[in-house]
Write a new protein. Structure first.
Length: 252
């Protein structure tokens, strides 16, 4: 789908990979709704790219319904959804200092996995009713998993499970939505230079960058955004999860 003139939703777009994707889609002529739980962050990005900021907690059904209705009212019906909202907090090594807190585990699953599915189901319900574009296409969805889905590290039991769930649902959801002319792909990023990573000590960031076989550095958010744009534009890409990680395979 050519994003020019289309309406796009990017979740978690107040920061990091989502912000870069919102900027890239806007530069290609899309009108972008910046959805984020943090409305201040969302408003700053929206002002910079001429989009709209909408507060949304992707893990809440009601919040998702209200956000999509607001986007439709203010911009029109979206045909592009990029799911970038996610958290990596709450990691705690299992088997240390007593039982792992279930609440932390649930929160990561609620936002990263159920939140992604929540936005997919609400977006798809509306997009399926739109007039088809070229080739019968009505919409396109890009999700964000992580290499942690395949290669989880110490303390990542919840995060890896949440991202593994996103990888696992990509093909069945693509097959479900194919009859509606809606494509679904997932990007599994390696390690990218975003605020999520900025919390790590510099030496850890450096060693992670050095562990990337090529190009031996952290990824830039613009490189994620370029792949998200490619998925939007390339009608043959469907049901696929693409690793974007410089071939990193991490030792535990
Ligand atoms: P980030 O922390 O910079 O941005 C995430 C954004 O999501 C924030 O603006 C935050 O407010 C928003 N958010 C959090 N919970 C939300 C909720 N419930 N509803 C709506 N918005 C919410 O992180 P990032 O590095 O840009 O990560 C984006 C996505 O990419 C995440 O899903 C993350 O797990 C994934 N990812 C990141 C990396 C990396 O190296 N940065 C690697 C692999 C996967």
């Amino acid at each position: 789908m050519n994003p020019n003139g289309q309406i796009a939703i990017v979740t978690g777009a107040g920061s990091g990979l989502g912000e870069a994707t919102a900027r890239t889609l806007a530069a290609k002529g899309a009108r972008v709704a910046i959805l984020d739980v943090g409305i201040d962050r969302a408003s700053t990005v929206a002002a910079a790219i001429g989009g709209i900021a909408v507060q949304c907690d992707v893990s809440s059904g009601d919040s998702g319904v209200a956000a999509l209705a607001e986007v439709a009212e203010r911009l029109g019906e979206p045909r592009i959804l990029v799911n970038c909202a996610g958290i990596a907090i709450g990691v705690k090594t299992i088997g240390k200092d007593g039982p792992h807190p279930l609440e932390q585990y649930r929160k990561v699953i609620e936002i990263n996995l159920i939140g992604t599915f929540n936005m997919i189901r609400l977006f798809a319900d509306r997009a399926a009713k739109l007039e088809p574009l070229q080739g019968g296409e009505r919409g396109v969805i890009v999700n964000t998993a992580s290499v942690a889905a395949y290669d989880g590290q110490i303390g990542q039991a919840a995060y890896s499970a949440s991202k593994g769930g996103v990888v696992g649902m990509t093909l069945p959801v693509a097959r479900d939505l194919a009859r509606s002319g809606i494509r679904v792909c997932t990007i599994a990023p390696g390690i990218f230079r975003t605020p999520m990573m900025a919390g790590m000590p510099q030496e850890v960031q450096d060693s992670l960058g050095a562990a990337v076989p090529f190009p031996s550095r952290l990824g830039e958010p613009s490189e994620y955004a370029a792949l998200a744009l490619h998925i939007v534009e390339n009608q043959m890409l469907n049901g696929e999860t693409i690793r974007l990680d410089g071939a990193i395979r991490m030792a535990p």
